[in-house]
Design a protein around this ligand. Sequence first.
Ligand SMILES: Cc1cc2nc3c(=O)[nH]c(=O)nc-3n(C[C@H](O)[C@H](O)[C@H](O)COP(=O)(O)OP(=O)(O)OC[C@H]3O[C@@H](n4cnc5c(N)ncnc54)[C@H](O)[C@@H]3O)c2cc1C
Length: 405
Amino acid sequence: MKAKTSPPKQLRGGAPLWADSPRISVRHHTKLEPLTCEIVIVGAGISGAIAALMLTENGHDVVVLDRRAPVTGSTLASTAMIQYEIDTPLSELADKIGARKAERAYRRAFQGNVSLRKLAERHDIACALKDRDALLLAGNEMGARALHAEADYRARIGLPATFLNQADLRERFGFDRTGAILSSGNAELNPAQYAAGALRAAQALGARIYSPHDVKDIVASDKHVALRMTTGMAVIAQKVVFATGYETLPQIPKQKYDIVSTWAIATKPLPPDAFWPTRCLVWEASDPYLYMRATADNRIVVGGEDADVSSPEKRDAATGRKSQRLLAKLQKLLPGRDLKIDYAWSGAFADSPTGLPYLAPLDHMPNCFALLGCGGNGITFSAIAGELITAWAAGRRDPDADLFE
Ligand SMILES: Cc1cc2nc3c(=O)[nH]c(=O)nc-3n(C[C@H](O)[C@H](O)[C@H](O)COP(=O)(O)OP(=O)(O)OC[C@H]3O[C@@H](n4cnc5c(N)ncnc54)[C@H](O)[C@@H]3O)c2cc1C
């Protein structure tokens, strides 16, 4: 099977907060000679980084190729709320894919967050990773009664979730909504530092990273996969993982997801008393939704306002208006604070009907595995993908593989 890749897209716009972080550059080879290796990963974002690290931990010979510098794709734009709670509520997911599968997806996402933490601990990745509770506030999509039922369902399957009524919510967190779900097992981190740290750890275990090198053609057979770069150079691998984020190969059948746009802002640093109790992750059961988190340097990152916009020009043109709207919503949620925008940015984003991505080998392209359609829980899914890929590379099938096919 031979195919051509699509040209680079503008994955993000504006000024993402994490671009100014220390320790986000990764040493890499700029000169690419024709080479042969066991596994090539196309994409040096957080998905490619985690896959590279998990594979090298398991003794595989890995080469990472990226058309951009490492960690400069969508990962740099992520707001990095690490939640096992998929964008689709458990009760709704159960209606869509059946209760048993939905419950397994939620449990696996919970374990995905555990794996993400353990990987960072094993390799001492300094990325401001902090365990956080998450608070899902009642909104126009789910009111108090629906949230109560959802919290009970999650608790019944062993997930750490409790319902807070209006009075509890006001007393414990100061938010004035009819109810909320409080969940543990979530976290926040700096996504650029996590990805760069994982790539450096993979390098220490033997991975080789090449950039900027654009994969143009692919010839996949039962024996091996040949990648042709735009320079004409060939890279031959036994297996290839496509961790190309929101840029996909034209021949990969379109999965059920859309590429939409999303916006985020970060405030100027605030005094400690400007924050809500515990600095938990906060999100709303609303459409369009709003979410917020704190950062290690005392900022608030707020995101949302997702819209069905795929053109980068239109996305960028809307950033001023969208960021003012995010600020106004934040001011309503946290009245009396002196909130000023320091960073405003936008990004492409996948929206799938179930909230679940496609993380699987490609039937019609032997020895190729693709990650497609990661949305609001993209980083949690990157960790799950790393585990599915490790099993695939070893010739095993992960027991939850069917959830992501
Ligand atoms: C604004 C925003 C907020 C988000 N918030 C959250 C959140 O709170 N929590 C969460 O879990 N997720 C969130 N996400 C989603 C998450 O950030 C993404 O799922 C994740 O960053 C994607 O990482 P990736 O490595 O798959 O993609 P990328 O970081 O885009 O990396 C893919 C790489 O592949 C390379 N590439 C593509 N095609 C080729 C080719 N042909 N040849 C060579 N290289 C190629 C690209 O150059 C790129 O560097 C958010 C995303 C955005 C945009």
